[in-house]
Design a protein around this ligand. Structure first.
Ligand SMILES: Cc1ncc(C[n+]2csc(CCOP(=O)(O)OP(=O)(O)O)c2C)c(N)n1
Length: 800
């Protein structure tokens, strides 16, 4: 053999053996992980066994600046790119709540949910173009796909838009691939098809790998996929010489060499030509079955199990290495043995680090209870509490907490020195546990929306009176001129400047990539926004009507709303979602499902401006902030006249600060959005009947009245009404809880608090349909009058 050939072979064999070692270590981690769950040391386990080789091959083409958007099987990939250690892997399995121990989620996510830390300790975006990035996983199957489209789309924008080339910390001129992974069964989800279609239309560098093991938990492929094969089912999307589309490839999950070649080819097409690639990785196995929740012997036949054993990718790789003469049996045995001890050492270290923290909490708790036993007359009861804690196998924080609380309960009637210590311990743990389990629902950085400076609007003699939509248009114009990272997109947003023309003329002025049309596909519109925002851009994604937000709800709720929380401040996607609602006509164009939104979108601010000036102020606030918000404009407000503030591009409206629209003494009416005008009209009519209403526009539902302004009004009026267009018990119930319970308004009430809302059904079509479905001036008048009549029947006789 020539020297050059020998050298090549040595280099090859070194790399092959390194890959083999990594595959074995990852496999051992999976095997050990399952055992840890069965030993009761972890709650649940889901592992990447069977997918090792494909992921090693994928990692070889993953470059700095690239992104992953995948799912819970990808541990080998994360290990291979150096963004996960085996110890961190086990730390997440145990739910270690330190960011250093589990950088992906600080113990908040189930094991196998991967993420890199893209933000520094101050919450600022790092130089992501130099990092290997993984966006944070979620559990809902295919939920990673819309975000994947956005991550890939950002590359396309960075490449095509020269004015973004200077943002070298974000992108190397759009050279980055977004790598997606998904299980074969999850390709049945609508989100998968919507995302693949969007990628094909947009022609973005999105390389999606399907790990196909023929099953989705127990359900075989015959139930999932047309033609039992996702690559066959999608064949019509294959690009041709004349038509753009996807490059669709297949490769077997146990074939090490073919996998490497496939990923090299796929990455080249994707990176260089920005063509999306679907790589269908077939004949993948799942040696331990789906998860620790069950065993696959229940649903796989004996033949299938034998086939899986034979086609186990590590076994196949071992054969390949022997065949090629890269190593002998003894060397491979040694690597396998070493992998076992490496994985075990990592597991032990992770357990020790996890457990020593819990042990420290337990020791403190036991010492305090001992002290209590010395001082208290209730020695027997305290001894029992102590005994219960001391004998708990693998106690967790909850056990120590419970014991200390029970001890304090037991001695509550005694005057003991230890009580203060117990209380201090509980307070300290409460604070620490808030940080461990409840922090970072919203941004905690300097750029948090609630920190943005308030700049009031300025008006002068020359301020123009225009249609409401023109106020927005002026605001968006300035935003686009100010910052190249700002851009807007959605159905009909581009050419016609949205269906209500707030972007009219702005595509012509700023170009097709700044003000952009999309297909009708709400969940991937949001995905585009999430991906672009994750990559440092400032997108405004438009959902045409509030009613159609429902189509995007899973992506908003599962992905965007949880992002900062699930990474404990490791990632952010400051996306602004623009939509319009409340009033138009009919069942699907007049919705106001704010209860649904408030219940499902905690983590996203919900802003409900009453007019376009307030909306513009919210846009200005949010564009300066790194939080994410849903801004709902009033559908019937675009043609109402408003004055354009002279500082249209810079004035801000603060979040969580209600406006008092009208002062009054008898009743406080709390409302928002399009209802403001209706309530104001009713208040005007009530005034003529001698009832003085104070009308408060909350403006933002999340956050809600941060300075408790509403209760101040109730102190004066002693009567409280909430009015909105949602169903009964929807957002009005939320507001009532915030004010009556949260602000203690019940203390000042002389009448039962009342909610005015729409009927339980959606609004019927046309003006009468609207009138009899939604609250109107008469409804508000009557509800307030009735309240006053109940209190003062002599002054306010029954009308009806
Ligand atoms: C939306 C949703 N539905 C159901 C589940 C429960 N679930 C978790 S994994 C899974 C099967 C996924 O199979 P596949 O996509 O083939 O991936 P695999 O786990 O086999 O790698 C199911 C049904 C879920 N997580 N999300």
């Amino acid at each position: 053999m020539s020297i050059a050939k020998t050298a090549r072979k040595t280099k090859n064999s070194t790399e092959v053996l390194q890959d083999f070692r990594l595959a074995c270590e990852s496999r051992e981690a999976s095997l050990l992980g399952r055992k840890e769950v069965f030993m009761g040391k972890a709650k649940f386990g889901i592992f990447g066994d069977g997918k090792e080789l494909a992921q090693i091959a994928m990692a070889k083409v993953f470059q700095p600046g690239d992104f992953r958007s995948g799912y819970y099987r990808d541990q080998t990939f994360m290990l291979a790119i150096g963004e996960l250690t085996l110890q961190q892997y086990f730390a997440q399995l145990y739910a270690h709540t330190d960011v250093e121990a589990d950088p992906a989620s600080a113990g908040r996510l189930m094991n196998g949910h991967f993420a890199t830390r893209m933000l520094d300790d101050e919450g600022r975006l790092k130089e992501i173009s130099k990092l290997k990035n993984s966006s944070a996983d979620i559990s809902p199957t295919a939920g990673q796909m819309p975000r994947l489209v956005g991550l890939a789309w950002a590359s396309s924008l960075f490449r095509q838009r020269k004015d973004l080339h200077r943002f070298t910390e974000l992108s190397n001129k759009g050279n980055e691939i977004a790598f997606g992974t998904i299980g074969n069964a999850s390709t049945s989800e609508g989100m998968f098809y919507e995302s693949i279609n969007a990628a094909g239309v947009l022609q973005v560098p999105m390389l999606t790998s399907v790990w196909d093991d023929d099953y989705g938990i127990s359900v075989p492929k015959e139930y999932h996929t047309t033609k039992y094969s996702i690559s066959k089912a999608l064949a019509g999307m294959q690009r041709t010489k004349n038509e753009p589309g996807l490059e669709i490839m297949t490769v077997k999950g146990w074939d090490y060499r073919a996998l490497i070649a496939a990923y090299e080819k796929a990455a080249k097409i994707c990176r260089e030509d920005h063509v999306p690639v679907l790589l269908h990785v077939t004949e993948v196995t799942q040696p331990q079955g789906h998860s620790t929740s069950g065993s696959h012997e229940r649903y796989k036949s004996k033949e299938r199990l034998e086939w899986e054993a034979e086609h186990d990718c590590i076994r196949m790789m071992r054969n390949y290495i022997l065949q090629e003469g890269f190593a002998d049996e003894a060397t491979l045995d040694e690597i396998e043995k070493k992998a076992k001890s490496t994985a075990k050492a990592a597991k032990d270290a992770a357990w020790k680090a996890f457990n020593s923290q819990l042990k420290a909490a337990e020791d403190e708790a036991l010492a305090l209870i001992d002290m209590a036993m010395e001082q208290s007359i209730h020695k027997t009861a305290l001894k029992e509490i102590r005994q219960e804690l001391a004998t708990t196998v693998n106690p967790i924080r909850m056990d120590s907490d419970r014991a200390v609380r029970k001890a304090l309960r037991t001695i509550r009637e005694e005057e003991l020195e230890v009580k203060d210590r117990l209380r201090t311990w509980i307070k300290r743990e409460e604070n620490a546990n808030f940080d461990r389990f409840s922090s970072h629902l919203y941004s905690q950085s300097e750029e948090a929306a609630t920190n943005i400076e308030v700049v009031p609007p300025v008006y002068s003699e020359s301020s123009k009176l225009v249609d409401g939509r023109e106020v927005l248009q002026a605001c968006f114009d300035e935003a686009l001129a100010r910052d190249p990272r700002v851009f807007a997109f959605g159905e009909d947003v581009g050419k016609i400047g949205d269906v209500n023309q707030a972007f009219a003329g702005l595509q012509q002025k700023y170009g097709e990539l700044r003000v952009t049309d999309t297909g009708i596909r709400e969940t991937t519109i949001i995905g585009q926004g999430i991906g672009a925002a994750l990559r440092g851009l400032k997108p405004i994604a438009e959902i045409q009507y509030l009613d159609y937000l429902i189509y995007a709800l899973p992506t908003l709720s599962d992905d965007l709303a949880t992002l900062q929380y699930r990474t404990k401040g490791g990632q952010k996607a400051p996306l602004i979602i623009r939509t319009r609602g409340h009033r138009l006509e009919g069942v699907w164009h007049a919705g106001s499902p704010l209860g649904m939104i408030l219940h499902s979108l905690r983590g996203i601010y919900v802003l409900v401006p009453r007019n376009m000036t307030q909306a513009a102020g919210f846009y200005n606030t949010m564009l300066q902030s790194d939080d994410t918000a849903l801004i709902i404009e009033c559908l019937n407000g675009y043609r109402l006249k408003e004055k354009v503030p002279d500082n249209i591009g810079t004035f801000t409206v603060p979040l969580g600060h209600p406006d008092i629209l009208r002062e009054g003494n008898d009743v406080t009416i709390v409302t928002y959005g399009s209802m403001c005008r209706i309530v104001m009209e009713a208040a005007h009519q009530l005034e003529s009947e001698g009832i003085s209403c104070e009308v408060i526009d909350v403006q933002s539902l999340l956050p809600f009245d941060v300075n408790h302004k509403i209760v101040e009004s109730v102190r004066k009026t002693n009567r409280l009404v909430f009015a909105d267009e949602d169903v009964p018990g929807g957002a009005s119930a939320f507001m009532m809880q915030q004010v009556v319970e949260g602000q203690n308004a019940w203390r000042y009430l002389d009448s039962k608090p009342v909610t005015i809302s729409a009927r339980e059904h959606r609004p019927a079509y046309a003006s009468d349909g609207d009138y009899y479905s939604k609250p109107n001036t008469e409804t508000v008048f009557d509800a307030v009058y009735k309240m006053m009549a109940e209190a003062l029947p002599n002054r306010f006789p029954d009308i009806y």
